[in-house]
Design a protein around this ligand. Structure first.
Ligand code: ZN
Ligand code: ZN
Length: 284
């Protein structure tokens, strides 16, 4: 959607913290360039935008192409400690965007590894195969086909007309049901700080996901780089007692602290911005 429609309202708000950013890092001496920019560049951008805290949340270790190995976390934390001494006006956090794997509810960050991070986000991505690679590959394939064949559009139409059960003739119900179970099990089992871009790359019953977030106290992300939560799903999620968080999902320093697209979707959905934990009205 075009956030310029909400320009005057957007100007009234500022972002307090951003927990969803990616940086480049090295794995076994090899540079992983999934995202651009260093930790320090991201911190500097966040300071420029007046944020009180910035979190780095690289992808969990299970992702086959750009997962951050757990061994890299200590190095990242050392860098953070040095930067924290240099910049006392912003809090720097080291988190992770863990991968939702399968119906077990497991993430690719174990409960023992949880403690190494200041916070854990959880999201669904292709490229994670876990202990049952064949069934994971089938799920990714089905989700990819659904997305590529215009399933998202059809699902939105079907849901609006309350005809969800008659959605895609081949995939109907089954895929949505499976994805929803993956999401809700991961949320209830791990209680992550937030679930990232719910609905992205996978159709799911957002009301069931919102209910799980309500139970677990997990925030639901409005992603500023992806289109989820979508306007329609924001309306559905808002029926539950959930807190929203906007994540820039920056893959380069300049995008850190960006929130206009996400907030515009919230406004379009008619949801009260006071329900977003990390934005505030400017005082002047
Ligand atoms: Zn993500
Ligand atoms: Zn991300």
């Amino acid at each position: 959607m075009d956030s310029r429609r909400y320009q005057s309202e957007l100007c009234r708000y500022r972002m307090i913290f951003d927990l969803h950013t990616h940086t480049r890092f090295s794995r076994g001496g090899r540079e992983i360039t999934h995202a651009k920019g260093t930790l320090e560049q991201t911190v500097e951008e966040a300071r420029n935008k007046g944020l009180s805290a910035i979190g780095i949340s690289n992808h969990g270790p299970g992702h086959i192409t750009y997962g951050m190995p757990i061994a890299a976390v200590e190095e990242l934390k050392r860098q953070r400690d040095q930067l924290q001494e240099k910049y006392s006006d912003i809090r720097i956090l080291i988190g992770v965007e863990a991968n939702i794997i399968d119906l077990s509810g497991d993430l690719d960050v174990s409960s023992a590894q949880y403690k190494q991070f200041d916070y854990v986000l959880a999201g669904y991505h292709y490229g994670i195969f876990g202990k049952a690679p064949c069934s994971a590959a089938l799920l990714h394939g089905a989700n990819w086909m659904w997305e590529a064949s215009g399933g998202r559009r059809r699902l939105e139409r079907a849901l609006q007309a309350e005809e969800a059960a008659r959605e895609h003739p081949v995939l109907r119900g089954r895929l949505i049901e499976r994805n929803t179970q993956c999401m809700t099990a991961a949320i209830l089992k791990n209680r992550p700080t937030a679930v990232t871009h719910p609905g992205d790359k996978m159709p799911c019953d957002i009301r069931a996901v919102a209910k799980a977030c309500e139970t677990a106290g997990t925030w639901m992300e409005i992603n500023d780089s992806h289109r989820d939560l979508s306007v329609e799903n924001l309306r559905r999620a808002a029926e539950y007692d959930v807190t929203f968080v906007i994540g820039s999902d920056a893959h380069g320093p300049k995008r850190a602290g960006c929130f206009a697209e996400g907030l515009a979707r919230l406004l379009e959905a008619g949801v009260d911005p006071a329900r977003v934990v990390n934005i505030a009205e400017k005082t002047r």
